[in-house]
Ligand binder design. Structure first.
Ligand code: PLP
Length: 445
């Protein structure tokens, strides 16, 4: 049964359209939530939805995590100022020390503390250029590193649609085992590595930035060995290797850091989203020679805000002490096993081209047919809309891939219920239950 829109939901939809700027909207269905708990979001009027996006992974600890909430309330009660750029406070230093202790890397490192994944990437890209004296950056086609500034200009997802490439950015194909850009995935890997090497040979490349799983580009998992190959080239040519863990870091893939999937140690690692346990908080960990100067070249008043940093310390303590990485690994395995049975039960094998990922970073690739495996953008749009009607929040990436990223704390019964609804939504969308008119107002990506 389709949900009817509650009058309280409709009221907010109307007022939102007349007040909140479109530049910050990426809407897939008329989602309105007034509270949340764990995996659950609650609409005005009381309807509950299982959030299998966890707010694009920012809610990786679930909504209202008690440890994080307690830390936020305590920090907000007698705050030692509201920033970190001109005053030191104990949690600022503790947070930086904690990150240094859990991220492998060279001896003499520093931590940049910011507000968003975008600013963390922006700052490290600028610092790499400035401190190496080299002007160019290697990045990947269809990558996502930020929604503003330099970070946006190296994001393949944005470039060519709503922004132009950053000066000095070169885009390399990201090897996709399901849709290799050359005949085979082995050829594609060899081609991408060869192109990177050719760029490095010019001697003017400061850094390379890479997502360990290309998330917004379509939840693409590179073949084993690719990241290692990239890291080795960076080392040989003295190019800084930046690993962007903003989306899938901190346990989501089943390991504390996604770069461990390929056993590499990046020069610089950036974090965001789940890092603040839901509050805006980001970080970059990297060599002191890159992040220490020039002093004051990356100033944001709210960076190091004690409430956000306290939330960050609590979030890291929860992630580590509760071993959320192992939880994500087991939950992801369970979810995929269940989905594989549901594909048969709901008779959707003809439109499910691929299911991939690690831990609770899972992509369901919807296709027009199994011969061509062409992207089925229309089905993805209609599926996420139908899932919302049935009570699950899930978005798509890369035009046609359902991005299944529930909180790492998701319960077994929620996995069972949520993935069944997703399978049902695919079947319903396939059978034509969602019309073009119903989704017309929701353009998504
Ligand atoms: C891999 C990656 N890096 C960086 C960002 C930017 O983070 P934020 O939206 O917090 O600025 C995102 C956001 O989706 C992301 O997925």
């Amino acid at each position: 049964m389709a949900s009817t829109i509650h009058p309280l939901v409709q009221d907010l939809l109307t007022r939102d359209a007349a007040s909140v700027a479109g530049v910050e909207k990426l809407r897939f269905f008329p989602l309105v939530a007034e509270s949340g708990n764990g995996t659950v979001l609650v609409e005005p009027g009381g309807r509950e939805l299982l959030d299998f996006s966890s707010s694009w992974t920012a809610g990786g600890l679930g909504y209202g995590n008690p440890t994080v909430t307690k830390a936020i309330v305590e920090a907000a009660t007698n705050p030692p100022g509201f920033g970190g750029i001109s005053a030191i406070h104990p949690d600022l230093v503790k947070f930086a020390e904690l990150l240094l202790s859990i991220v492998p890397g060279e001896e003499n490192r520093r931590v940049y503390i910011g507000n968003t994944g975008s600013d963390a990437n922006d700052v490290v890209l600028r610092s790499c250029r400035f401190n190496t004296g080299k002007s160019r950056v290697i990045t990947f086609e269809n990558s996502y590193h930020g929604g503003v500034g330099f970070a946006m200009g190296v994001s393949g997802v944005h470039v060519g649609t709503n922004t132009t490439a950053a000066d000095g950015a070169t885009f390399i194909p990201y090897p996709d085992p399901f849709r290799p850009h050359l005949g085979s995935i082995a050829d594609s890997v060899a081609d991408s590595l060869q192109r990177i090497q050719s760029e490095f040979e010019a001697g003017d490349v400061a850094c390379l930035i890479m997502e360990p799983i290309q998330s917004d580009g379509g939840l693409i998992v590179p073949p084993p060995g690719f990241m290692k190959g990239v890291a080795a080239l960076c080392k040989t040519y003295d190019v800084l290797f930046i690993c962007d863990e903003v989306k899938v870091g901190l346990g989501r893939t089943g390991l504390l850091h996604a770069f461990l999937l390929d056993d590499v140690v990046p020069d610089i690692v950036t974090f965001g989203k789940m890092l603040g346990g839901g509050l805006p908080l980001s970080a970059a960990v990297g060599p002191a020679r890159i992040l220490d100067g020039p002093t004051g070249s990356a100033l944001m008043t709210a960076a190091g805000n004690p409430i956000c940093v306290a939330a960050g310390i609590a979030a890291l303590e929860v992630i580590i002490s509760q071993d959320l990485a192992s939880l994500a690994k087991n939950s992801g395995q369970k979810l995929r096993e269940l989905f594989s049975d549901l594909v048969t039960e709901f008779d959707i094998a003809d439109v499910v081209g691929d299911v991939r990922g690690h831990g609770l970073a899972i992509g369901i690739d919807l296709v027009t047919d199994r011969e061509t495996n062409n992207r089925n953008h229309d089905l993805a749009r209609k599926t996420v809309y139908r899932a919302w009607e049935l009570g699950v929040v899930v978005y798509y990436v890369g035009a046609n891939v359902l991005e299944v990223t529930p909180p790492l704390t998701v319960r077994v019964n929620e996995i069972e219920q949520g993935i069944r609804i997703i399978a049902q939504a695919i079947a319903d969308a396939k059978s034509g239950l969602v019309t073009d008119e119903m989704i017309a107002a929701f353009t998504g990506w």
